[in-house]
Design a protein around this ligand. Structure first.
Ligand SMILES: Cc1cc2nc3c(=O)[nH]c(=O)nc-3n(C[C@H](O)[C@H](O)[C@H](O)COP(=O)(O)OP(=O)(O)OC[C@H]3O[C@@H](n4cnc5c(N)ncnc54)[C@H](O)[C@@H]3O)c2cc1C
Ligand code: FES
Length: 295
């Protein structure tokens, strides 16, 4: 046997463990605690940087491990357009050491990138069917690549609905894009907040209430749900109540991660590893686990 073949999987795994050098090209705030940044291979911006870092192709729903030098590494979903081979976009809520460090970076600052990793939203399976996207808070960024792909070939899908819920109006991300999506006649966009402010003229209540009236044919529709676990569980149960089959409802799970490639076991979720078998799962496969607090 050719020894190169024997070692090929090990070599591929080792390569997946090495962060590639990127730099921040642009960053902007979405809300008080959430920002989006665009990363580019370091050589595009700094010709003296190490070679071999190109923006990798990804599928909607996949994530990268972002490495903040000297601080740590975190899994972050890719929130940009899968058709854009140049820019790598991530939207991050600052909650702890690594995300705070990433949020303080500016143009030219380095970030290590491993990935893309994990399973994807089944966009191709939605062709010819109605599609409903249900997002809560920071759950919209991992779904945005789906919208980009669907809108690029809109004629292949049935009715498409985006239902988005945030705690307060000030916590909504992608506000300008939401406005432009709302103005389209081929997209149903409904937005709600848990707590309104005086200037808020829209819907008030949990995003699950929007599921009840979403303009879809439940017998045929595919649903993709992303947000806090409790929100995903209740939104999925509401979809089931409307008659959407549990295998056609998909959710995206989060667990603490270290390796991102199925080696360390940090992200174990029942019998699976979220980094390798998820983060996107059919609700049918995880609904029992979702009833148990920390599995
Ligand atoms: C597949 C995947 C995709 C993700 N995509 C995004 C994304 O697109 N944008 C984004 O902002 N975040 C995303 N996250 C969550 C992100 O990875 C965590 O917020 C980050 O690891 C926190 O690291 P930290 O060092 O800043 O904070 P830490 O100091 O590690 O944690 C700060 C606080 O956040 C809690 N926390 C940490 N990680 C998680 C988690 N995974 N779920 C729930 N609570 C957590 C901790 O318990 C602690 O209370 C994703 C997670 C996974 C697994
Ligand atoms: S993060 Fe190591 S197995 Fe998933």
């Amino acid at each position: 046997m050719d020894s190169r073949c024997e070692f090929a999987p090990i070599a591929a795994m080792s390569a997946a463990m090495v962060p590639r050098p990127y730099v921040v090209a642009r960053r902007w705030n979405e809300t008080a605690d959430t920002f989006t940044f665009e990363l580019r291979p370091a050589r595009d911006v700094r010709p003296d940087a190490p070679p071999a870092a190109t923006a990798a192709a990804f599928r909607p729903g996949q994530f990268n491990m972002l490495y903040a030098f000297g601080v740590g590494e975190v899994p972050i979903s890719i929130s940009g357009d899968p058709a854009d081979g140049e820019r790598l976009i991530h939207t991050v809520r600052t909650v702890g050491a690594v995300t705070r460090y990433l949020g303080a970076l500016g143009p030219g600052d380095p970030v290590g990138v491993r990935g893309p990793f994990g399973s994807a939203w089944p966009v191709d399976d939605a062709e010819g069917r109605d599609l409903v996207l249900v997002a809560g808070g920071i759950g919209l960024p991992p779904l945005r690549p789906v919208l980009y792909q669907v809108l690029a070939r809109r004629e292949r899908f049935g009715r498409v609905a985006l239902l988005y819920g945030a705690r307060r109006p000030a916590e909504m991300v992608f506000v300008d894009e939401l406005r432009s999506w709302r103005s389209r006649l081929d997209l149903d966009v409904e937005v709600t907040v848990d707590r309104a402010t005086e200037s808020w003229k829209g819907s008030v209540g949990f995003v699950t209430t929007l599921v009840r009236r979403a303009p879809i044919d439940p017998a045929e529709a595919i649903a993709m749900v992303c947000g806090p676990e409790l929100m995903m569980r209740f939104a999925a149960l509401e979809l089931l109540k409307r008659g959407v089959a549990d295998r056609r409802v998909h959710v995206s799970m989060e667990r603490n991660m270290k390796c991102g490639v199925g080696l360390c076991g940090h992200c174990q979720f029942g019998p699976s590893f979220v980094c390798r078998d998820g983060p996107v799962y059919p609700f049918a496969d995880v609904k029992d686990l979702l009833q148990v607090a920390e599995v």
